[in-house]
Design a protein around this ligand. Structure first.
Ligand SMILES: NC(=O)c1ccc[n+]([C@@H]2O[C@H](COP(=O)([O-])OP(=O)(O)OC[C@H]3O[C@@H](n4cnc5c(N)ncnc54)[C@H](O)[C@@H]3O)[C@@H](O)[C@H]2O)c1
Length: 336
């Protein structure tokens, strides 16, 4: 078990598809939980101290859960700690603008609810809920759940924050009895600000698990929606084809990227056009998702929604990934 470390390295900034839902849903949007619900869980173990895992650990601690945050190395843990501390300090400043002691006490109090670990088996030994938010690789996710299935208490609920992998495939490796207590729990980036959580029910998820996850989300102050175990769940299933269709319009020469963006902002009331969104999300991320859909879902392949785009492929292979690389459909080169 790693103790709370004082060294605070710099955290890299990354974007993913979840990020752009911020444009459509903010903390002021519909929230069914005016009064916070009591959580059915006391101990929450989060796997992956990256962008999403750190955020999930933070919001869990902020709603009074005892949290274990697990990653593979001390370096990864350090990054998670930096992310959480920065975010807590930002919140504390807003909450107590006049009082530095209150800011410090708020930050320390929440932070003290999180333990950091590189030992998965120990970290899950008394967990009520596991939220897996490690890299988007089904083999690695399956490996973790195979390991955890053998050591976690019987009552522990297993969830995955995957954006694009089928929930049933991830949990195909756990014992038959455990399958009823598995589900998708899809948070959005940045977790502390984004209200939405998609609770994904697979064919095996039982009602008690679903109800507990709903209460958990409400206790976090989130707005849960539910979706079957289908590609892209709700948000990405609608947004990814929209962006791909915009690229196809550009490829056909129907209109320029700038005009398509202007049209969707001024004609449809969207805060950003599809090419601005694509650049913001990361072109590699969109390609990864559509390639996965194309390979794994014959119905999506047949519909053409996920067909490869030469323009997208060329941009990605030349390293033009959008805002994060300085160029995508638009250029973001810093002026000297
Ligand atoms: N980034 C987003 O906007 C976003 C939004 C919604 C969902 N997701 C999903 O959340 C998950 C994590 O995404 P992210 O952006 O936080 O990734 P990330 O790359 O920021 O973090 C992944 C972390 O997992 C750790 N890890 C890898 N193998 C591990 C293991 N065996 N045990 C413990 N930790 C391990 C890595 O060291 C890293 O710290 C993915 O499934 C992704 O699809 C991402």
């Amino acid at each position: 078990m790693l103790s709370r470390l004082s060294a605070i390295p710099k955290t890299p900034v990354r974007q993913c598809v979840g990020a752009y839902t911020r444009l459509y849903s903010t903390t002021n949007d519909t929230n069914p939980s005016k009064t916070k619900e009591t959580s059915p869980f006391e101990k929450v173990t989060v796997f992956g101290a990256g962008l999403m895992g750190a955020g999930i650990a933070q919001v869990s601690a902020m709603s009074n859960h005892q949290v274990q945050l697990v990653d593979v190395s001390e370096d990864a843990i350090n990054k998670g700690q930096t992310y959480i501390l920065k975010s807590l300090k930002r919140i504390a400043k807003k909450k107590f603008p006049e009082s530095q002691p209150e800011q410090i006490s708020f930050t320390e109090n929440i932070y003290s609810k999180i333990d950091f670990s590189t030992n998965p088996e120990l970290a899950v030994s008394n967990a009520d809920l596991v939220v897996e938010a490690i890299i988007e690789n089904i083999d690695i996710k399956r490996k973790i759940f195979t390991q955890l299935d053998a050591v976690a208490p019987k009552h522990t609920i297993f969830t995955s924050n995957t954006s694009s992998l089928p929930i049933a495939d991830i949990f195909s490796v756990v014992s038959e009895t455990r399958k009823a207590t598995t589900a998708g729990l899809h948070f959005f980036n940045p977790v502390s600000q984004m209200k939405l959580v998609e609770i994904v029910k697979s064919n095996t998820t039982n009602t008690d698990t679903f109800d507990k996850l709903t209460s958990f989300c409400l206790a976090l102050g989130k707005a849960p929606v539910t979706c079957k175990d289908t590609p892209g769940f709700i948000v990405n299933r609608l947004l990814v084809p929209y962006m791909m269709e915009a690229i196809r319009m550009l490829e056909r020469g129907d209109a320029s990227a700038k005009d398509i963006d202007t049209a969707m902002k001024l004609g449809a009331g969207y805060p950003m056009g599809p090419f601005e969104l694509l650049d913001y999300v990361g072109l590699d991320t969109v390609k990864f998702i559509t390639n996965g859909w194309y390979e794994s879902y014959p119905e999506l392949r047949a519909s053409g929604i996920a067909s490869p785009s030469k323009m997208l492929d060329d941009l990605v292979s030349s390293g033009k990934l959008g805002v994060k690389s300085g160029e995508g459909f638009y250029s973001y080169a810093k002026k000297a």
